[in-house]
Design a binder for this molecule. Sequence first.
Ligand code: ZN
Length: 98
Amino acid sequence: MNISPVKINIKDSRYLCINWDDGSESMLQLANLRKSCPCASCVAEKLNKPATYIPLLASAQLTIKDIKMVGNYAIQLVWQDEHDTGIYTFDKLKEGEY
Ligand SMILES: [Zn+2]
């Protein structure tokens, strides 16, 4: 699968809305994106928590400050709290895996 976004915007400050070049659209909740941040430190932190742990996220952790393209396969989300190590691949964004 080779897809890329033609337009990305934030909707209602809660959703990341992506228009793909195949004409489809994805809506992903910012809270879910942040909770499933694929960066090494977030993944490690999650492994250290019990399965019943419910993360409490501050609004700065749920606000996107910037979005950068990573090559032609992913975007990097920069959150308001300066966390910017999460790389989200187009494939997984498209499949709604975050
Ligand atoms: Zn992270």
